[in-house]
Design a binder for this molecule. Structure first.
Ligand code: PMP
Length: 433
């Protein structure tokens, strides 16, 4: 705990004080607690200033090579990874159009709005999509998925669409458990891990997934603009047979150019510099330390919200470690609460999306945030809710969060102990709220 808790004194560990335009030193910064794009560290921002390079030249090929190498352990794959100049949705669309054909039968398993988006893209390209419904706030039940797939004795289902972490509801699916039912069936399985990759263990090869999609602006804490699609060997083979016409989002082209150290189209070179720096920082922290950091922030935010008398939207066994979804308390104008937090405290949170608008608000844990930022946020939320007329015990949110941090405080692990230390991170994530 190294920072002063005051809305005027919030300073990141990595950002030096700056000269204020009006003279003196300006140490306040805006904090994004939205679930992406996130607060980006100074070294990552700094890399955006590098002079541009030829995207058909050797330096770019080396950059792509280094990025791909750093991404492999995050996806848990030794296979192909396509790097696309697009947001996460482009990665989802690229995977769908490149692997399926019109009329293919897909089983979509949404647990929130981004899962529904995956299904919607597939329908837009003429796939026949069945929805396996899950009530929002819950994770997908691995037994229900396995049961539905077992019932498909004739193997009519060609593809399965899963979400790793559902940003709209603050829910994380148990990919390892889901993979068992999927492996028995054998259908091509696509996973949206846009807000999940890097936040917990993903073992794509071991779990038998065929395409996993991620994006630069979430856990990696780089600016938006780059999507990554990791592919299994059989997905790479399948790229030859898809009948959906595609041009820009064509993974076959992406892999062919990738083999030359290039992208088919002009790439967001500066964002890729930032992605490389972000991946270096990720590796230096160590994957299991990142998982633990995110899990502890999410647990602290949940504890803080509950101490304020607020209920969580996600169910107890389904909490995400990258986004916390909190039910809106009746009688309080939460639009005004979020506005005050943004305008007076420099802290931006998200509301709910679509039919969850006005029902929940969401707090992201990703990005260059310190424990003190989390405690400052909860103190600010408490102050604004008190002003808005909610009766809360003074200091209760910050205290609850601090207790979580102290309970979880352990000396950091040196280097990347990801494979051997998964159990400790898993225990942290499973911690009750
Ligand atoms: N899936 C999930 C789970 C997401 O959180 C998001 C972004 N919030 C997307 C897909 C879409 O990504 P993008 O906004 O980068 O297109």
């Amino acid at each position: 705990m190294s920072r002063t808790l005051s809305k005027d004194c919030i300073r990141p560990n990595t950002t030096p004080p700056q000269a204020s335009p009006r003279g003196g030193v300006h140490i306040k910064r805006e904090l994004l607690f939205i679930p992406g794009p996130v607060t980006v560290s100074a070294p990552v921002l700094e890399s955006l200033r590098r002079p541009l390079i030829d995207h058909r030249g050797p330096a770019f090929a080396q950059l792509i090579e280094r990025i791909t190498h750093q991404l492999r352990p995050l996806f848990g794959t030794s296979g192909a990874i396509a790097i696309l100049g697009s947001s996460g949705t482009g990665g989802m669309e690229a995977a769908l159009v490149s692997l399926f054909s019109p009329g293919d039968r897909l089983l979509a398993c949404p647990v929130g709005l981004f899962g529904l988006r995956f299904a919607e893209i597939a329908r837009a390209y003429g796939c026949d999509v069945e929805i396996l419904e899950t009530e929002f706030g819950n994770a997908l039940d691995p037994n229900r998925l396995a049961e539905r797939l077992r019932a498909d004795r004739k193997r009519q289902i060609d593809g399965i669409l899963l979400t790793h972490n559902e940003t709209s509801t603050g829910v994380q699916n148990d990919l390892a458990a889901l993979s068992r039912g999927v492996a028995d069936h054998g259908a091509m399985t696509l996973v949206d891990s846009v807000s999940g990759l890097g936040a917990s263990d993903v073992r794509m090869d071991e779990w038998g997934f065929d395409a996993v999609v991620a994006a630069s602006q979430k856990v990696l804490a780089a600016p938006p603009g780059v999507a990554m699609v990791a592919l299994s060997d059989r997905a790479v083979d399948r790229l030859e047979t898809s009948e959906v016409p595609s041009f820009y989002f064509n993974l076959r082209k992406a892999l062919d150019f990738g083999a030359l150290g290039q992208t088919p189209w002009t790439p967001p070179v500066s964002t890729l510099f930032a992605v490389e720096t972000a991946l270096d920082r990720y590796a230096a922290e160590g994957a299991s330390n990142v998982w633990q950091r995110l899990a502890s922030y999410a647990a602290a935010i949940r504890a803080g919200a509950q101490a304020l008398g607020l209920d969580l939207f996600s169910r107890a066994n389904a909490h995400s470690n990258t986004v916390v979804a909190v039910n809106i308390h009746s009688g309080i104008d939460f639009g005004a609460v979020l506005r005050t937090l943004r305008e007076e405290y420099g802290m931006t949170l998200s509301g709910g999306q679509e039919h969850l608008r006005g029902k929940i608000f969401r707090i992201g844990t990703m990005g260059d945030l310190a424990q003190t930022d989390v405690i400052a946020l909860l103190s600010a939320v408490e102050a604004v809710l008190t002003e808005a007329g909610m009766s809360v015990k003074k200091g209760s949110a910050a205290k609850a969060a601090l207790e979580v941090f102290l309970r979880l405080e352990e000396p950091p692990i040196r280097g990347d102990a990801r494979r051997t230390d998964g159990r400790r991170a898993a225990q942290t994530m499973a911690m009750p709220t």
